[in-house]
Design a binder for this molecule. Structure first.
Ligand SMILES: [Zn+2]
Ligand SMILES: [Zn+2]
Length: 263
């Protein structure tokens, strides 16, 4: 029998790498996120705002009486690119990548490398240190994701996929099914077999979060250029010129697989 248990029964739907309005480029309210997860059958949600665990703490307290497990995390900007910490209790203050990973481990958390080939200059040392690698990110190009999968395969690191949702419409762009329906402990993220489905985000969505960033940081120039980009991509989509793609895969301690298809 396969090591994988893709049937919904006896599995747990997990959303990893999701932002809230505590991030400078998202407007998603914690309460709305909790309701969306419950409606979509997500049982474990990892909230990973930019440089703060505040959003995750807010979501966790709102979900306390529900069946949704909220893992407190953050996506920290470091000198070697973004690093995600999960199962955090305290904010990580430093920005030196190797010290960030150590600080995550010191509080019993796990360190995950998101989108390794998107804004990660010279990450070789960091790639070795992290506990797991995001092999599909809903906001990355096909090439970036294929390289991430190859990297995790070469380094024999556990694989996760993330929507990197900044809007609610992106939440279901990448979800995993973990075998077993119990809540996830740190070790489960690194050992339990899982399968996944991923869809790349619409280009208009990517540009729209630049517009949100422009509004929240009071940068009219950024907001205006993002609006123009949204219109341009919307026109391309109407003409059927979108280059979105989808992927499926699975990972266990003994094997992994991923297949990608154009949409
Ligand atoms: Zn990132
Ligand atoms: Zn992110």
């Amino acid at each position: 029998m396969s090591a994988f248990a893709p049937q919904p029964e006896g599995t747990r739907k997990v959303a990893f790498h999701v932002h809230t309005n505590r991030s400078f480029d998202s407007l998603v309210q914690p309460g709305v996120l909790v309701r969306a997860c419950l409606a979509q059958g997500v049982r474990t949600l990892c909230v990973t705002d930019h440089d703060t665990i505040d959003g995750a703490l807010a979501v966790r307290s709102l979900a306390m009486t529900s069946s949704l497990q909220v893992i407190v995390g953050a996506e920290y900007k470091t000198d070697l690119g973004d690093v995600i910490g999960l199962f955090l209790h305290e904010e990580v203050k430093m920005r030196d990548a190797l010290r960030v990973v150590r600080a995550i481990h010191a509080q019993g958390g796990i360190a995950i490398l998101p989108h390794p080939f998107h804004a990660h200059p010279d990450g070789a040392e960091l790639f070795q240190l992290v506990d797991a690698i995001e092999v599909f990110n809903g906001r990355c190009s096909l090439g970036e994701n294929e390289k991430a999968f190859a990297l995790a395969t070469r380094l024999q690191k556990p694989m996760l996929v993330g929507s990197d949702a900044h809007f609610l419409s992106e939440l279901s762009n990448a979800t995993m099914r973990f075998s077993g329906d119990k809540q996830l402990l740190p070790a489960d993220l690194l050992t339990r077999p899982r399968s996944w489905k991923g869809h790349s985000a619409r280009p208009t969505t990517l540009r729209a979060s630049q517009g949100v960033k422009g509004l929240k940081t009071r940068s009219p120039r950024l907001a205006a250029s993002a609006t123009l980009a949204v219109l341009k991509h919307a026109a391309c989509e109407m003409l059927g010129m979108s280059d979105r793609y989808s992927t499926e895969g699975e990972w266990s301690l003994v094997s992994s697989r991923a297949t990608t298809a154009s949409k």
